[in-house]
Design a protein around this ligand. Structure first.
Ligand code: IMP
Length: 838
């Protein structure tokens, strides 16, 4: 904030910075918020502080955006229905390099910065991995100088807050904007109309060309809110633009004429519902009309903006792919493809071939799931009713595409049926994944195994047709948030030992490898982990009233609750440990604290019952005096980015135990390992690549691999074989089925046991149980040797270089987007006059 261009006022640049921060904070408190010492609440203090931080970003933000216009690099649009940003204050200060300065400034005013860092509401505009990935990517793009934009929806209610009441999940609306969001700036002038419903009429122009008019529509306005995204240690500040729905100015005159003012206004209010609430389902699409409208709302406003920005500097839309790349985060924004075609053809009067060439060269699609039930399909009648022009365009894309398939694979009707964009069952549906693949030049999976699976299974036919489109981009995480902010003690220890290069080059962590032989480093490493565990133990005591032993093995499974992620397999192991202690009360057991956290989709009954079971098992075990602190089970309510930031640094063991071939990548696995936890996992998703990086000896792998799972399914899997052959497993399942953990309603958990024994155990928990339990025994044995454990933990951290989202973004930039890093040079002269329009 001070440099050679500005002579220091006090003679000390540090003092100038402090004075500037204090002045900015006090001015915001007084002039922006209109508060004084009598009226300022803690929220006001937070907001004034946040505004003071935002001020520090704005100059760089404007410089960056102007540089994008002046130099005209290719821009990257990351379009996502979810951005799980979490808190912003600390991360912004870290990226701006002003954490210490702000801490000191607040101190001098008698405030503790940490209180306000903690107080901030999470921006929870996402469900899980996919939304957090989008947030990590924004951080990496800004840090690496990629001219990137995040485009999404500004939901008024983000992911629900989870309360646990009598052991059950209860959902509470997340009114995150209640105390204002100081990071965003509303852009009233960026207001685009989004049409719904109506009908399409054809007409001829003077040259005899057919034109299509979409008329009698009901319109909603999309209004932009911009949030600055500062890179770490650079001048680049990118933009996240989120759309909010506003009603149009017109009232329904028919109601007015009838004198029904309230009805006229009511209808306007209803249109604003589009951006009200995030759908809280992860890996299970909600086939609801409102969600469909949300997806189109995002697609329409974003495509409009991309073209508007392009047109500020260029005429010829055929150059769009040189200047813009649009990355679709899953199929949720795939309506961008027919929307782009509609705009190019109906508004800009391009011919079909030209429009299609521009579209396919601009779009790229990331697949995030292989669960068949999670692939989005929208009923054709939704389109006919809500987006009548788009269904015409989709049919035309499909006709042309199927002609190409017929030419390439003559006589293969099975292929035509499978590859069609339309599923011709009793209810005809548009297959959004097929649309995304056909309309993009790149299709990527998010871990090596996942990409192989989509090539060989999910998109096999498409891979045969367009092999060059398919590629892998293994997910990553930003080390700025997930180590530097989340685990400051470990970050400091690493920095003091090998320097801070790892903050922008995570491969530098390999320099930790030789330190496993350095007893002083090892001792400090263990001390950091212990301090983090003490802090989490305090949190557990405060929130769950459970006293845990910080010396016990912290065994953590934190992620969405889903059958394929197999929290239930973990529970089977917990009950096995319990039974072993009960059978041998004086035995030597390695003490464990099993920590679960995660939300279930509100309509996902069996997932909610699993939460109920975890809490019921916890109640029995935690209150059994014979068990003592050798085993505790904790369910931490309301898993979120900020809670994750408390759990990862304190974890000893990371549970990544999905059925092989079901988890696309996972990113929690990377966050744990970076924070020095060892992984127990299956050969699934990115676990495989983690194993390759840290070495087979430093990870606990169990269970079937993806081929074995497939093979067993083909041969015919009978879970009862495993049940009857394994007495420990049988006992565990019988206890759950007979109501041991909930005597007040002994049948409560029967559906869970039924799903395993009588409904086929789709995710094959019983087949992997024995191997999992044996592997956990190995874990316990190793934990007895704390030095060996710490060695492996250090080697895990040291092997995490590959899993920085900087590496992932560099690959997207090089291999999909064809974009170079772009350096923003600070404008050294203060240029207030530049703000005044000419
Ligand atoms: P947007 O691209 O329209 O969202 O504009 C974002 C920012 O880019 C503006 O706030 C300006 O700082 C900058 N900007 C917009 N138009 C121009 C231009 O024509 N020249 C230089 N900078 C511009």
């Amino acid at each position: 904030m001070t440099d050679e261009a500005f002579p220091s006022e006090s003679g000390s640049p540090e003092l100038d910075t402090m004075m500037l921060i204090i002045k900015s904070f006090l001015e915001h408190l007084e002039y922006t918020l209109g508060k004084d010492k009598y009226s300022a609440t803690r929220h006001d203090i937070f907001n004034a502080l946040a505004y003071a931080v935002r001020d520090r970003m704005v100059e760089r933000w404007l410089d960056t955006q102007q540089a994008y216009y002046n130099e005209d690099p290719k821009r990257i649009y990351y379009v996502s229905m979810e951005f799980l940003m979490g808190k912003t204050l600390e991360n912004s200060l870290v990226n701006l390099g002003l954490l210490a300065e702000f801490r000191e400034a607040m101190n001098s005013l008698g405030y503790d910065l940490d209180e306000f860092i903690e107080r901030e509401q999470d921006a929870g505009l996402g469900n899980g991995g996919l939304g957090r990935l989008a947030a990590c990517f924004l951080d990496s793009m800004a840090t690496m100088g990629v001219p990137g934009y995040g485009y999404g929806i500004r939901y008024e209610y983000g992911i629900f807050r989870q309360n646990i009441i009598d052991g059950s999940q209860v959902e509470i609306p997340d009114n995150w904007l209640r105390y204002r969001n100081p990071w965003e700036m509303d852009r009233q002038e960026h207001l685009h109309p989004v049409k719904f419903y109506g009908r399409v009429v054809e007409r001829k122009d003077t040259e005899g060309n057919t034109l299509f008019d979409w008329i009698d529509t009901e319109d909603v306005m999309a209004m932009a809110y911009d949030t600055p995204i500062p890179g770490y240690g650079t001048n680049t500040v990118n933009t996240m633009r989120l759309w909010t729905a506003k009603s149009t100015r017109e009232f329904d005159l028919s109601f007015f004429n009838e004198g029904n003012y309230i009805r006229a206004v009511e209808k306007k209010m209803l249109t604003e519902n589009i951006s009200k609430v995030l759908y809280p389902a992860d890996n299970v699409p909600e086939g609801k009309e409102l969600r469909f409208k949300q997806e189109y709302f995002l697609a329409c406003a974003t495509v409009h903006d991309v073209i508007y920005r392009f047109h500020k500097q260029h005429e010829d839309l055929r150059r769009l792919p040189e200047k813009a790349a649009i990355q679709l985060n899953d199929t949720h924004p795939a309506l961008c493809i027919p929307e782009m075609m509609r705009v190019l053809i109906d508004h800009h009067r391009l011919d079909w071939e030209t429009a299609w060439n521009i579209t396919t060269r601009t779009f790229a699609y990331t697949n995030h799931t292989i669960l068949p039930e999670a692939l989005e399909k929208w009923p054709v009648w939704f389109f006919e009713h809500i987006l009548p022009r788009h269904i015409q365009i989709i049919y035309e894309i499909n006709d042309r595409f199927l002609t190409a398939v017929r030419t390439r694979f003559p006589g293969d009707t099975g292929k035509l049926e499978r590859m069609s964009l339309i599923e011709e069952h009793w209810e005809r549906k548009v297959r959004m994944a097929n649309l995304a693949v056909v309309g993009s030049h790149s299709v990527n999976g998010v871990a090596a195994l996942h990409t192989e699976i989509i090539k060989e299974h999910v998109f096999k036919d498409f891979f045969e047709m367009y092999p060059e489109r398919f590629n892998n981009k293994t997910n990553g995480i930003t080390q700025r948030r997930w180590l530097k902010c989340a685990n400051p003690d470990q970050a400091r220890l690493i920095g003091d030992t090998i320097g801070n290069g790892w903050t922008t080059d995570l491969y530098k962590l390999t320099q930790l490898r030789p330190l496993v032989d350095d007893p002083a480093f090892m001792a400090q490493w263990q001390q950091v982990k212990r301090t983090n565990k003490d802090k989490l133990a305090e949190y557990i005591l405060k929130h769950n009233c459970i006293q845990v032993n910080a010396d016990s093995l912290f065994d953590c499974q934190v992620k969405r609750i889903h059958e394929y992620k197999r929290q239930l397999l973990n529970v089977l192991h917990v009950i096995t440990l319990y039974n072993r202690i009960k059978a041998n009360p004086d035995g030597d057991f390695v003490p464990r604290t099993i920590i679960f956290s995660g939300k279930a989709a509100p309509a996902y009954a069996i997932a909610k019952l699993i939460i109920r079971l975890i809490n019921a098992v916890g109640d029995v075990i935690n209150n059994d005096s014979q068990v003592g602190d050798r085993l505790k089970v904790v369910f931490l309510a309301n898993y979120s980015v900020s809670l994750a930031e408390k759990i990862f640094p304190a974890a000893d063991l990371s549970e990544q135990i999905s059925t092989a071939g079901t988890e696309a990548s996972g990113t929690g696995n990377m966050k744990f390992a970076l924070n020095g936890a060892l992984t127990i996992g299956t050969l699934d998703g990115a676990n495989i690549e983690i194993m390759e990086e840290v070495g087979r000896d430093n990870i606990f792998i169990f269970g079937m691999n993806a081929d074995e799972v497939e093979d067993l399914r083909r041969r015919g899997y009978n879970p009862r074989d495993y049940y009857s052959r394994n007495p420990e497993l049988k006992k565990v399942l019988d206890m759950i089925a007979e109501g041991y953990f909930f005597p007040a309603n002994r049948d409560l958990f029967r559906p869970i046991v039924d799903s395993l024994l009588n409904q086929g155990d789709h995710y094959m928990l019983l087949a992997d149980y024995a191997s999992y339990v044996a592997c956990q025994e190995e874990v316990s044995r190793l934990y007895l040797d704390r030095e060996q454990w710490a060695r492996k933990a250090i080697l895990n951290c040291a092997g995490m270089g590959k899993f920085s989202s900087d590496r992932t973004i560099a690959e997207y930039a090089r291999e999909i987007w064809d974009v170079e890093p772009f350096e923003v040079h600070p404008v050294l002269e203060y240029r207030q006059h530049d703000v005044i329009p000419d």
